[in-house]
Design a protein around this ligand. Structure first.
Ligand SMILES: [Zn+2]
Length: 266
């Protein structure tokens, strides 16, 4: 039905209704416009809040103001968390009187000292013979959380290996486990692998996928686990327990960090 088919009075009424409709439509779109605007601004506020959270996750390490002569004041230092594997009730692997937990702690402290001298901020998950958690899973989770809490640029977990009972061949050599989903972990692993390889104290068993290792794969910071050698292999053990061998490994770990984060030691 067109306007022309209607009676004049009907036409007028229809015209009136049309202008009413037009007003309602105009007001409606205005309201919709305002609501959409509010919606967008609310949404962008949510995004900003999320951005803020992200910034919080990746926030740079704290600025220190101590007067270390080698470092100078107000320099932002990369945080390296060194995790001496095992501890307390958890001895790790053992051979004769040697326990993995003691050797990892000795090397961790040596490596940490060297890194501090090169300008890194070093934090240890443990500095004595203690466990972090009441049971293994909790212990590993706390170590990984430790890296996040301190916003570690790199988390290095130090371990020693032991031949599997089913293994009949001689087992020796070092292994570096990386988090394949993390480019920094990959870089750290590559650099540690090449600097340990340069020591020629044993063979390399390669850079391996640490996906099955909770402390590497569940870590929110770039994590690497290093099996520095086999405690039950005579040749590896002699090096790993010696002052000289431990010093060399500590140096190699430190050099790898300097290579990965060159700005720190500039
Ligand atoms: Zn271990």
């Amino acid at each position: 039905m067109t306007n022309y088919e209607l009676m004049p009075s009907e036409r007028r009424r229809k015209n009136d209704r049309q202008s009413e409709t037009a007003i309602i439509l105009t007001l409606g779109s205005l309201l919709l416009f305002l609501l959409t605007g509010m919606g967008i601004s609310l949404f962008s506020k949510v995004l900003q809040a999320e951005d803020h959270n992200l910034m919080h996750v990746d926030q740079p390490p704290i600025v220190f103001e101590d007067g270390d002569a080698n470092i100078g004041n107000n320099i932002m230092r990369e945080v390296i968390v060194i995790d001496a594997g095992h501890g307390g009730y958890d001895v790790g692997c053992s051979f004769d009187d040697y326990n993995e937990k003691d050797i990892t702690l000795q090397i961790a402290k040596k490596a940490g000292e060297k890194m501090r001298k090169r300008g890194f901020q070093v934090i240890y998950t443990r500095e004595s013979d203690i466990a972090l958690g009441a049971y293994e899973e909790e212990d590993l989770a706390l170590r990984a959380q430790f890296a996040y809490k301190h916003q570690a640029a790199a988390f290095l977990s130090l371990h020693l290996n032991m031949r599997n009972e089913t293994e009949t061949e001689r087992c020796y050599g070092f292994e570096v486990y990386e988090n394949k989903n993390d480019s920094v972990s990959h870089k750290v692993a590559q650099n540690i692998h090449s600097s340990l390889n340069g020591l020629e104290y044993t063979t390399s068993r390669g850079v391996l996928d640490g996906q099955t290792l909770q402390i590497v794969s569940m870590n929110l910071r770039p994590a690497v686990l290093i099996e520095m050698g086999f405690l039950d292999d005579e040749h590896d053990r002699a090096y790993l327990v010696s002052e000289e061998g431990q010093d060399d490994i500590a140096n190699a770990l430190c050099e790898a960090m300097v290579q990965t984060f060159p700005s720190v030691s500039d």
